[in-house]
Write a new protein. Sequence first.
Length: 131
Amino acid sequence: MSTGETLARYGVAFVLTQAIEVPIYRRALGVRPLVAFGASLITHPIVCFVMPALWRTLYVAAIRGDPRFVLGETGYFLGYGVVAEGFAVAVEAAYFWKAGITARRAFGWALAANAASSLLGVALRAATGWP
């Protein structure tokens, strides 16, 4: 995939993530638009550009340690999702907690918002190949 296509896909994914998560955070947590926007602004680039390499490194180390950990394509994708989205939920929850939201509410809504945007992304990818 070319750099241009990678950036185009990232841009689409970022806009869709914000379109889903910002309204959830605004309504559920009562935060200002820029505060809601800031959560994914922090995590999204890391999830898209850092986490794939981190997951690959963890996966290779695991299968070198025990070849029974070899995963199929779906298992590999789901493993990445758990690592990447787990990171996003944890960081976004901490971000909102630091903004004065209780830890329980921050975590619950970070989980809900990330689940919604992830499911949309997976559905769009399955249906269209994008982002």
